[in-house]
Each structure stands twice: as structure tokens, then as C-alpha cells.
Design a protein around this ligand. Sequence first.
Ligand SMILES: NC(=O)c1ccc[n+]([C@@H]2O[C@H](COP(=O)([O-])OP(=O)(O)OC[C@H]3O[C@@H](n4cnc5c(N)ncnc54)[C@H](O)[C@@H]3O)[C@@H](O)[C@H]2O)c1
Length: 397
Amino acid sequence: MNEQGMRTGVWLVGARGSVATTAVVGAAAVRTGLGDCHGCVTELPDFPDAGLPRWDDLVFGGHDIVDLSLDKRAAELADAGVLPHRLLGPLAREIDAADAEIRCGAPPYDPRDPLPPEAAAAQARTAERIGADIEDFRDRLGLARVVVVNVASTEPAVPVRPEHGSLPALRKALDSEPDVLPPSSLYAYAAFNAGCPYVDFTPSTGARLPALDELARSRGLPYAGHDAKTGETLVQSVLAPMFAQRALRVRAWSGTNLLGGGDGATLADPDAAASKTGSKRRGLEQLLGRQVEGHVSIAHVPALGEWKTAWDHIAFEGFLGVPMSMQFSWHGCDSALAAPLVLDLARLVAGAHAAGLAGPLGRLAFFFKDPVATTEYGLADQYRTLREFAAALAGPA
Ligand SMILES: NC(=O)c1ccc[n+]([C@@H]2O[C@H](COP(=O)([O-])OP(=O)(O)OC[C@H]3O[C@@H](n4cnc5c(N)ncnc54)[C@H](O)[C@@H]3O)[C@@H](O)[C@H]2O)c1
């Protein structure tokens, strides 16, 4: 990719949320030299020149359904200790520029409260409007490409319907029925129709429907997902291979997660939490090669603010069945862990698009709890694959 072709839009669905705001302010801080880039994997010496967009090349916009301005959201995050106060004044122009590119998003959809039949085709119109917003952003700002990243509130899991199975069936249903797709999938549909790659940062359904996979491939677009791993699952993806490789038999693995912040409030809904616990548990069972006792729970603790605590207890057996246990706890700032990964993913997926890759990017599994198109769940293996992927994007040395 030549340098002219690098100007890259990062279109954040959920643009006024904690993760999105931290990503916008963080990118501006790194670009202006006011902040460091700890937590950005693509800045490690292992990724010397993967031909990825530079910090100067990134331009932000997005959709949200609330209208709290980005500077106010950033001030709230600074008060909560997530963003340094000293950044907000010097970066006010960058924050306002991103704010000016945020448009009204697709309404949330509650499968327990479906739209009436007279709302038929409403989603087709919404998808068109959303796609038009993204195309306008790309064309007006002269961007080489726009990567759409879903960082909106986690949705409850929705049942897969027959019309999700093929693109013609999906298009027909969108033209004649209400509530065909959950918003995360409607955004993916709109992004692909607008010629944009898509990243599922959340456990919501997003691009993971056969009809949307068909659309992405037919348009020559890559997509990545889903549900970024930033805490408990990240640690699990290191520890589970250790137990497996040392032939220690894990009997039970139980996890308790205490979350503050907007994400914690969303996950107080048991249906939304089920999406998250499902994606957490799948990786663990893949790594251990079987189901084990124990379960993952998520509780909303507003007093934690933007922080989260995970406590895991692992019961295992050694030689001749001798019982042992291990416990760990992780106390992390949710958005500080997530935002650099949003930036990594936007850059890597932009690089993949520039290199002509299409379909699910299984080689980005390193970033996700429940990665698409791969069965590789161990962090060390995933990191090796990521390095190879980035080296291939860079081309021959
Ligand atoms: N922070 C982490 O470590 C982490 C890790 C993995 C995944 N995630 C996921 O990232 C997402 C964002 O987390 P957060 O802490 O920023 O949450 P948040 O509650 O602060 O922000 C979510 C934003 O999404 C917006 N939104 C809701 N429905 C929308 C719609 N239909 N269209 C457009 N916008 C919509 C909300 O108005 C809000 O501004 C969550 O789904 C979370 O599960 C976070």
C-alpha cells in the first residue's frame, strides 16, 4: 500500500461509549506525542513495518443512539480516572472533530418486544441510511477505506432465522418484514454494502451469519471478531494451555466477574450476559479439550466505576490424582485495556483490506475470546500466527 492510500476511517458503532471515547482520545494523544502507546500490540518491535496505517492516517467517526457530546464523555472518563485530565485541553480540537462525525445510529432491538408488522422494511431503510452515512464520511474526507468497528452495548443473543442463511433470502426478508436482524448485524450489513471491512469487538451477533459472510466475500471484504479478550479470558488463554501441556487434569474452572461502567450495566440483563458468558466459556473448553465443571458469572457493581475485577478458581489434579488448586484475580481498567486493541484491529483490518483479503480473518484470533474461522485459542500460538499475518501483509522484506 503506498503512503497516499493509507488515510483510514475508523467508524465506531457505539461512538459515545467508554471504549470508543478512550480510543479516539488515545489515538490523538499518541499522534501528538502527549501519550504513550502501552497496550498497542502493533507498536511492538515484532511488527516492524506491516504496511499498516500510521497514527496520522486515522480519522474517526461513528454512530450512537445517545447525544452526550464526546468532550463531556471524555471529561466523565477523566473524572473516573480512565483518561488523564491533562490531555483534554490540548486535544479538544481532535475530540470535537470526531464528535462532528458521529451520526444517529440504528435503534436497539429487543427480541422480547418485537416491532409491529406495519414496521416492515424499516430495517432496510435504516441500513441504507447507515451505509450512506459511512459512504459520505469516506467520500467527503477522501479516505482510502473505512473500517467499521462495533463497540456498542452488548445485545442479547438472538435466534438464527432461516432468512439469515443466504443473502437473497436476507434481502427479501429485509424488504418485507420488521426486526430481521439485531442492530450489530444490521451495521455489518450496511458496512459491507458500503464496501467497508467490519470488526466485531463485542459478543453480539454482528457479521456471524451465513448471509453476511456471503455478502463480505462477494464484495471482497475482510471481517474480524468476535468479543475482544481483555481480562479474565486473556489470562485463561495463557493458563489453560499450561495445564494442558503439563498434563495436569483440570477438574473445575469457575470465574466471577464484577463490572462497573456502562458495560456492567448492560450485562446486568441476564440475556445480554448470556452472550458474554457463552463466548468466554467456549474458548476455555476448546483449550482444555473438554467440558469442565464450574461456570462464569458476571455481576454489575456500580461502585467499581470503569474498573472490573475477575476472580478465577481452578481445581486440578496432579500425579496419581493428587488434588491442587490455583486462584488468580485481575483488576483492570476496562477501556484502557480495550481501546488500544480497537486501534490495533482497525489498523490490521485496514491492512488486510488493502492487501485484498476477504472473508473472516481467523489469523486475528489473538484479540478475541471467541474468534471466527479458527480453532486456535492459546495466546502464544495466536501471537505467532498474528506475527506471521502481519509479516505477510508487509510483503517480502
Ligand atoms: N472494555 C472491555 O474490556 C471490553 C472487552 C470486550 C468487549 N467489550 C465490549 O465493548 C462494548 C463497549 O463497551 P463500553 O464499555 O464502551 O460500553 P458503554 O456502555 O460505555 O458504551 C456503549 C455505547 O454503545 C451505544 N449504543 C447502544 N446501542 C447502540 C446502537 N444500537 N447503535 C449505536 N450505538 C449504540 C451506547 O449509547 C453507548 O454509548 C460492549 O459491548 C462490551 O461488551 C469491551
